[in-house]
Design a protein around this ligand. Structure first.
Ligand code: SF4
Length: 344
């Protein structure tokens, strides 16, 4: 092993602090170094969070989006995607099904869809809280501060707003009409409003460097995020990035592992996207620091149309019966399902 690698790894395990250059050294790991990195992240996860894995039910209730991100199949210029919008009552019924299976956290996710006003969503959040007694996580993209406030007052406890990339030039190129500082300002608002805040990034974007990935990890550290979704770029054929090489599983796992070393108590999902890259992807992520599974409980007629990237619905068992399936699967990995809502 390179001496610089060993030194950076030992420092990360001991202090949970690294410079950008040290993170790059860890991300360059191959062979035995990568094994050592993954093992260290798994040990940090076990020491700080134990063997519990938190299962979240995600309901993707609208695939309409006013944005035009180059990497995303939901972009407004993708005319080939059939679009859907679930009514609040349908969303509630899907959430009630998830609750009956055992899920205690409901994640409501959508594209940036102005059809849903904050007041309407706030009413739904209140109902989920009072009738189902679940923790509600929202992932609705950029909203005005007043909307975040209204949803928080209704009882939403967590908000997931991935920063996607900490490289401002790449961000502006891939997310037209938006800028990184605006995204980061929203993360600050969410924190000020009392949400548990989630961010996260894409690994393997065209033009992305290891230094940019190191900046992603440092951004997660700086914001002391409660959650971080880290997944590979997967090229979608109906976007301007069609035909670009997808991100690699190995590099994604390395970014995940380094994030675990720097943020020992943050919730890190084994993302659906790593399961799409490889059938063992999620199991491997759970051995590299991950402690959360997001299971897709979007009703069947809609699920296949939430196509941010291709292949999502092929990845693992989703939908009804997934809670029991994951319980069994996690037992094979020596892990157990969290009983409570799973606060850090
Ligand atoms: S990444 Fe989000 S904001 Fe961008 S097009 Fe896709 S759903 Fe819309």
């Amino acid at each position: 092993m390179r001496p610089a690698f060993s030194a950076a790894l030992a420092k990360a395990v001991k202090t949970h602090l690294l410079s950008g250059a040290e993170i790059v050294t860890l991300l360059q790991a191959g062979g035995r170094e990568a094994e050592a990195l993954f093992r260290a992240a798994d040990e940090v996860r076990a020491r700080h969070l134990g063997d519990t894995v938190h299962l979240r039910a995600i309901i993707e209730f609208s695939n309409h989006c006013v944005r035009n991100c180059l990497y995303c199949g939901l972009r407004r210029n993708n005319r080939r995607l059939p679009r859907y919008q679930m009514a609040p009552e349908e969303i509630f019924v899907a959430a009630a099904r998830a609750r009956a299976e055992g899920y205690r956290t409901i994640v409501l996710q959508s594209g940036e869809d102005p059809r849903y006003q904050a007041a309407e969503l706030a009413g739904l959040v209140r109902r989920l809280k009072t009738e189902l007694n679940v923790t509600v996580t929202l992932s609705l993209g950029d909203l005005p501060r007043a909307s975040y406030r209204e949803l928080r007052a209704a009882g939403a406890g967590r908000y997931l707003l991935k920063h996607e990339t900490a490289d401002p030039v790449l961000f502006a190129r891939l997310r037209p009409e938006t800028r990184l500082p605006g995204r980061l300002e929203r993360l600050t608002w969410l924190r000020e409003l009392g949400y548990q805040v989630g961010a996260g990034n894409i690994v393997g974007l065209p033009g992305q460097t290891l230094r940019a990935l190191a900046a992603d990890v440092l951004l997660l550290k700086r914001f002391a995020v409660d959650m971080a979704g880290i997944g590979p770029f997967i090229s979608h054929p109906d976007t301007p990035l069609a035909g670009c090489a997808s991100g690699s599983l190995e590099l994604t796992l390395k970014v995940l592992a380094v994030t675990r070393l720097l943020l020992p108590r943050t919730h890190l999902p084994a993302t659906t996207a790593v399961g799409v890259l490889h059938p063992e992807g999620r199991a491997r992520a759970l051995r590299c620091g991950a402690n959360v599974i997001m299971s897709d409980l979007t009703p069947t007629p809609y699920r296949r149309y939430y196509e941010i990237y291709p292949g999502r619905t092929r990845s693992v068992v989703e939908g009804r019966g997934s809670f029991a399936w994951w319980q069994e699967e996690l037992a094979h990995l020596g892990r157990k399902v969290g009983k409570g809502p799973g606060r850090p």
